[in-house]
Design a protein around this ligand. Structure first.
Ligand code: RNT
Ligand code: ZN
Length: 445
């Protein structure tokens, strides 16, 4: 059996009898009229009659009662849609809170913990790691930003504007991670061994004004003296040049930390390595170790050092002086913070697994959250398994406050401000998920 269903505006069959025709054409208009006249009782009575009529005419083919109920519930749902977005979020949150509480997770605490986490936004996504040196050369040191999407920041003002724009889309309070080549050099040639805190004065002021604390990095790449070896260079003149540079960078970081009343974290990564096989692995590492000891001889109160290893760079594939083993040994023996760049390990190596081991031997960890695709390609961070696992491990280790959360990627093929926003929010989502894990419950099993 089939049922033909006509609405008021449908073309009705020629042979339909008159009563039915009048009913279909007019009944809903009467209902409307009564509603307009505020005769709600009459409208209800009429609707009741329509229902009876439909039941009589349809010969048992009306949809089942619970289908009607379902539709009514669905309609309420539509009302919810019109509710203010905020109310909707709050309602959903209340429901989630109850469900999480049932498995021992305090969602209010998770949110409070998340609020405390500042990301250190890397300044170099805005301009493909170019910086503001007057004498700037091409990007070197085995790293590459590929793509030519329009909108690359061309100067300090554009870069600052981009960072602020990005930050406006990222909930929370965040830090800015500067590289030495991003100094405010005022059109002057300032070589790397000449850098002074004054070149970062305007950054310090800018940071204060915008409530962004600063972190810092020495810059070994994109310089005529970079070559393949900087702090491990057997040429004593070149090695001392980079030692001087790095010492001065620590002094800059100290000033930043002092001005912001919070330690400035200074990362030390050098690209040193060789394209082909070397028989001098020990020699270069001994030189790097000695350089680091010279650099770190001065103790500072307002800055903290961290050291970053790597597997290989482009053009430096066969040997990396600052390998993972090298810096773990150095960090553990000198009580230095170690930087874990998620792109600096073998593709199937779990960075998450390193957190607990390292935290037993080094004071703190710095993260360079990135997304390697086949190599250290520095794609924008997304909410993927390795990143989720990394953040989960930090939470499971109870180490939220012993970790600093830097980002490190540079994708020039997409909107650069979007890259900051997507990567930062993805990192925050990974952290949210990590904070919501029912750890106590899982540990019962
Ligand atoms: C390079 C390192 C390093 C750089 C920045 C620009 O492989 O990850 O941290 O990305 O210093
Ligand atoms: Zn890095």
């Amino acid at each position: 059996k089939t049922l033909e269903w006509y609405s008021q505006s449908d073309q009705l069959p020629q042979d339909m009898d008159n009563d039915k025709w009048v009913f279909i054409r007019k009944s809903m208009s009467y209902v409307n009229e009564m509603i307009v006249m505020k005769k709600y009782n009459d409208a209800c009575l009429l609707l009741e009659k329509i229902k009876k009529y439909q039941q009589k005419e349809c010969d048992g083919l009306l949809p089942a009662d619970n289908k009607f109920k379902a539709e009514k519930i669905y309609n309420q749902f539509k009302e919810i849609h019109i509710m203010k977005k905020e109310q909707l979020v709050e309602k959903a949150y209340e429901i989630a809170k109850e469900r999480y509480a049932a498995i021992g997770v305090d969602t209010d605490k998770a949110i409070a913990d998340l609020q405390k986490i500042s990301l250190s936004l890397h300044c170099w996504q805005a301009d493909d790691v170019t910086g503001f040196e007057v004498q700037a050369g091409a990007l070197s040191g085995g790293i590459q930003a590929t793509g030519n999407y329009p909108g690359k920041a061309r100067n300090i003002d554009e870069l600052r504007a981009d960072i602020l724009k990005a930050a406006s889309y990222i909930p929370g309070t965040h830090r800015l991670n500067l590289h030495e080549i991003y100094g405010d050099f005022q059109g002057k040639v300032v070589d790397r061994d000449q850098v002074e805190p004054e070149h970062f004065k305007s950054w310090i002021e800018w940071g204060k004004e915008h409530n962004m604390k600063l972190d810092f990095n020495s810059t070994s790449f994109s310089h005529p003296k970079s070559g393949d070896l900087s702090l491990s260079n057997p040429d004593e003149g070149i090695r001392q040049f980079w030692i001087e540079h790095t010492k001065r960078c620590r002094a800059v970081a100290e000033e930043m930390g002092k001005a912001q009343g919070d330690p400035c974290i200074m990362n030390l990564w050098v690209h040193d390595g060789s394209k082909d096989i070397t028989v001098n692995r020990m020699k270069y590492r001994a030189l790097l170790k000695d350089s680091l000891d010279q650099i770190f001889a001065t103790e500072y109160k307002n800055m903290k050092d961290c050291i970053e290893s790597k597997v290989f760079g482009i053009g430096l594939e066969s040997y990396t002086v600052g390998s993972n083993d090298f810096y773990i040994g150095y960090g553990a023996s000198r009580n230095k913070m170690v930087t874990l760049d998620t792109g600096h390990f073998h593709p199937t190596e779990s960075v998450a697994d390193k957190v607990s081991s390292l935290l037993l031997y080094v004071p703190e960890l710095m993260l360079h959250v990135s997304r390697p695709v086949r190599w250290d390609s520095d794609h924008v961070t997304i909410m993927d398994d390795p990143t989720m696992e990394l953040f989960s491990e930090i939470v499971r280790c109870g180490a939220l406050e012993r970790v600093h959360y830097g980002l490190d990627y540079f994708d020039a093929s997409i909107n650069r401000i979007g890259a900051y926003v997507v990567g930062s929010r993805a990192a925050q989502k990974c952290m949210t998920r990590a904070l919501l894990e029912p750890i106590a419950k899982l540990r019962e099993y």
